[in-house]
Write a protein that binds this ligand. Sequence first.
Ligand code: CMP
Length: 140
Amino acid sequence: MSLERTLFIVKPDAVQRNLIGRILAHVEAQGFRILEARLARMTREEAQSFYAEHQGKPFFNDLVEYMTSGKVMLTCLERENGVAALREAVGATEPAQAAPGTVRKLYGESKQMNSVHASDSPASAEREVKLFFGVGALTR
Ligand code: CMP
């Protein structure tokens, strides 16, 4: 096991509800270090590129609308076994099905407005961190 970096996003619904601090405190308390952080509004192109694997799915256009509807908190987090550990801390996509104590169980509103994103594999983490923070964030 070694230190891994992953992309974590506090989505517009949670930013709007003043949950950035509580959500970042939650993951920090579970041993994640915040290496990068930036509050930004995603462009349409960024959201489409970020979610390219979902292109063509019925929820794709709504997802892009939602992710560009307001600011998001983009972060790069690091921890031992970080990718899998963050997925576990975040919980299932559908908040109602997420395990007790997970970020989505605590704060998610619906399958779409599920408050946070976490990279789903080391390959996705590399692509996603690079997309928002550049290759430097993966090496320094
Ligand atoms: P995320 O982990 O960011 O990855 C893809 C996102 O698409 C997901 O969180 C949800 O916000 C959204 N999503 C996934 N499945 C559905 C669905 N069936 N209906 C609406 N939104 C979805």
